[in-house]
Design a protein around this ligand. Sequence first.
Ligand SMILES: Cc1cc2nc3c(=O)[nH]c(=O)nc-3n(C[C@H](O)[C@H](O)[C@H](O)COP(=O)(O)OP(=O)(O)OC[C@H]3O[C@@H](n4cnc5c(N)ncnc54)[C@H](O)[C@@H]3O)c2cc1C
Length: 490
Amino acid sequence: MSDVASVQPEREAAVGVWDHEADVVVVGYGVAGATAAIEAARAGADVLVLERTGGWGGAAAMSGGFIYLGGGTALQKALGVEDSPENMEKFLTAALGPGVDAAKIHDYCQGSVEHFDWLVAQGVPFKEEFWGEPGWEPPADQGLMFSGGENAAPYNTIASPAPRGHLPQMADKHTGDKGGGYMLMKPLTDTAESLGVRAEYDVRLQRLVVDESGRVTGVIAKRYGKRVTVRARRGVVLATGSFAYNQEMVEAFTPLLIDRPAAAIEEHDGIGIRVAQALGAQLAHMDAIEVAIFADPQVIVRGILVNGRGQRYIPEDSYPSHIGQSTLIRQHNEAYLIIDEAALEEANGTVSSSAAMRAQPPTWVAESVEELEAEIGFPAGVLQATIEVYNRHAAAGTDPLLGKKPQWVEPIGTPVAAYDLRGRTGGFTLGGLRTDLDSRVVHVSGAPIPGLFAAGRCTSGICAGGYVSGASLGDGSFYGRRAGRAAAAS
Ligand SMILES: Cc1cc2nc3c(=O)[nH]c(=O)nc-3n(C[C@H](O)[C@H](O)[C@H](O)COP(=O)(O)OP(=O)(O)OC[C@H]3O[C@@H](n4cnc5c(N)ncnc54)[C@H](O)[C@@H]3O)c2cc1C
């Protein structure tokens, strides 16, 4: 929880002495902050980054490193992947909806190839290798993967499937500690430093400063309990991350995530959103959430997922976060994975980045489906009916009910097991400040708030109802750059 007593803006006239000054003040040194700092510095601004922790990186440096890009990036082309900005837009509009910011999605897809080239130019390395197995991440340093269910129903009927999860190359990778995200952040912060960007650490934003006209001209922060005043001659960029760790905001906007934050850090306490709200900023998609299901996709894909009534509800070859969202949001967080012995053995023999999850044995094992459904506690016949229908079509290699791809459709035999996946989800918040295509924070009146810019997960980016892996580092870096440029020109 944030210890901020008040987020009310302070009048410039009351500030007195400024402890620090810069043209552009960036708050938060994660992916949005680093990209904003680089572009502001390149545009000729003197840039100061304020970071609450003792170093750069944020959640971005701990992340898997997926950056969602496409439309024909150099990496896609090198690997023979056909894609276009229009194809990407069609997919994202469907997969991230309903209610996406259509202008942002269009803008993002049109700018995606250039953004990839820009990342490479900053020193972010990508290995020309595709990983095509189901999973959360590639097991090694492969550079490209399907990361949003592009090749699963219903999306494979809406747009031509193209992998767009671009991963910085990482030797000696440790997921959640030093993964692809670190290999994104290290070159970005090195670049920022080489451009003369200054950083002050252990400095925690408290509130914004405004002049008599209402323009944002600085921030009030704290360092080890002491007040710090920072003047921004041209603009302030908020890049402080999500509100996944602000209990009150989670209760108010995303109650399904109460007690289940994941893929976020405690510093994501919503402060960037709150200080801007105090100036009348508009919010967007505050209910949007990313949801992971904590299970191995290599196992899931070889079985069937059923809800609390023993019924299938999603193709099992879906992107795991779509499975997580569907389970938490539409199935009361109740899921069981049913898999036969032969399929489980096959799954356990595959390479996976989620192999640690395999240490857990199935919750129930039985000689027949009838016995299994009794052990799980389903009413007699429910699971038998589900499996009878599934197997009837699987014998012909099809799944007319949900559209799982033929390569993963096999009749379920015996012995048969079930994993209890109830409650096995967690995630982070995707909503935040409404910003325009120049990352200007929009007031409730519809006009931009002068001097205030934002990017990353304190804003509502390209996601609304859905998610794809790489959307956060993707829109965070894309609109971080815009924020830096716009603030420098302000
Ligand atoms: C394990 C893990 C895996 C993930 N994998 C992926 C992935 O593969 N692809 C993807 O797109 N996303 C992924 N994510 C999510 C992604 O990392 C974040 O959503 C993304 O980093 C958000 O960018 P940001 O710049 O808004 O926040 P961050 O990168 O977290 O940066 C915010 C910074 O602001 C600082 N800050 C906060 N409050 C203050 C304050 N009051 N004053 C000053 N500074 C402050 C924080 O300390 C932090 O350094 C993952 C996250 C985790 C933890």
